[in-house]
Design a protein around this ligand. Sequence first.
Ligand SMILES: *[C@@H]1O[C@H](CO)[C@@H](O)[C@H](O)[C@H]1NC(C)=O
Ligand SMILES: *[C@@H]1O[C@H](CO)[C@@H](O)[C@H](O)[C@H]1NC(C)=O
Ligand SMILES: *[C@@H]1O[C@H](CO)[C@@H](O)[C@H](O)[C@H]1NC(C)=O
Length: 527
Amino acid sequence: MGMKAGFFWLGFLLACILASTSADETLNLWPMPVSVNHGLQTHCLRKNFALKTEGSKYADGSGILKDGFSRLLDVIDVSRAADKLTNFNNFPMLLGLHVIISSSSDELQYGVDESYKLSVPGNGNPNYAQLEAQTVYGALHGLQTFSQLCHLNLETRIIEVRPTPCTIEDQPRFSYRGLLIDTSRHYLPLRTIKSVIDAMAYSKLNVLHWHIVDSQSFPLEIPSFPKLWNGAYSASERYTMVDAAEIVRYAQRRGINVLAEFDVPGHAMSWGKGYPSLWPSPNCSEPLDVSNEFTFQVINGILSDFKRVFKFRFVHLGGDEVKTDCWVTTPRVGRWLSKKGMNKSDAYKYFVLQVQKIALSHGYEVINWEETFNNFGKQLSPKTVVQNWLDNSVPEKVVAAGLRCIISNQDKWYLDHMDQSWRDFYTNEPLSNITDPTQKKLVIGGEVCMWGEYVDGSDIQQTIWPRAAAAAERLWTSYDKLAKDPEQVIGRLAHFRCLLNQRGIAAAPLLGYGRAVPTEPGSCYKQ
Ligand SMILES: *[C@@H]1O[C@H](CO)[C@@H](O)[C@H](O)[C@H]1NC(C)=O
Ligand SMILES: *[C@@H]1O[C@H](CO)[C@@H](O)[C@H](O)[C@H]1NC(C)=O
Ligand SMILES: *[C@@H]1O[C@H](CO)[C@@H](O)[C@H](O)[C@H]1NC(C)=O
């Protein structure tokens, strides 16, 4: 046996051992698909790798697929590959990707079919990889997965596709996979938000929960009540409605819905900068004045403006951490309460239910933080989704009451908690303690929360990633494929973290907890 053949057999043997002991080592995919069958070959990508769509019912009038394909070529660094494949080791060559989409619609809505099937054929040279999906949004996920099979080898300047042949069938476990950003505590520039959306798409998260306004600032333009954004930090730390529409459009073209939130009646002090009559009094400015009809007119105006831009089925109405004392200590509001025969907890319920009614009248389904359920239970609209954050025993009560639930328990899924490592994010199981199959279906998913007190454009990405990606696998990958022990996925997550860095996303090292820094010189894969 010659030297070359010897190396070949050694390499082949090693590859077989790797493949049989741990498919994860060969398959650096994140999040892990539902099913992957693969061989141990390598293909190479033609430089002018092309998109082919014959047989697709989807016409791509809006260019969502075309743009997704251009982004694919960009992230796999096609421009850095050699123009002519002179030295491609006889790898079978892929000429392009044949995408077949069966639905003609490009409407992105909650519960849209996100499944796809991706296959790279074995022999046959030249050849096309094939991607089949019900919707263009499933196809976008397939493009993300394909991008993770591509590896630019700078020795040969070939883009290698491996392992091949392979067939991947995939779909998400939960239809709501969220990430919260908070633009009230710190303003986030538009480019920062877009970059967060890019990384969400790489991780297959699909809801950007935009906690737009809070007590500290009101950055969004509301055409119906144009003085509301007087509550912004400055004249430039603001979003016009055109900006908001641009964020929604940018996200939608990547398969991501935007969930808009205003948090009432607490967390709303900034509203009164423009309209002081929303405060019970200048000295006691939160919660919003429950006794003033104007408060509900403003909320109605905001929701009618929202409806033009935020097309997601849901709107988030907050409802958490309401300290009702100002209602009692402000004489005018106190007199209103006595006239109505309400104490302060009745008034809190009145407020929350009133705002739910207004949102429902605009055609939204509603999401509220868990305190509303803890206080009013089944008196909430049956169209309510309860977002859990405080108490781990709440989700089981919510679904037992027949309401839907989103899991965001702060002991595991709060990105502003720096002491939570990616392991906490990975191992947090949304359905723990819920066994009834009907009740399980009411858990529509989960969300990791990047509260904004201590992040801004300078550090938000390294605080979010890679921890949010760990949660993304929990929410995407089928339960039986998830590692029981997070140490089993550390190599694969480290690989994904480096991939994010290569794509310009400042994802932090895995060693340590939140927002870690590299601790010593060394390869990205070892940090
Ligand atoms: C509100 O604050 C102002 C200025 O500090 C004070 O003069 C006034 O007495 C306060 N009013 C109430 C009702 O506490
Ligand atoms: C408020 O009044 C309701 C009845 O309207 C009562 O059930 C509740 O216990 C009262 N809450 C407080 C804090 O007094
Ligand atoms: C499950 O229930 C146990 C016992 O009530 C509780 O300690 C635990 O926190 C619950 N876990 C979750 C994730 O709900």
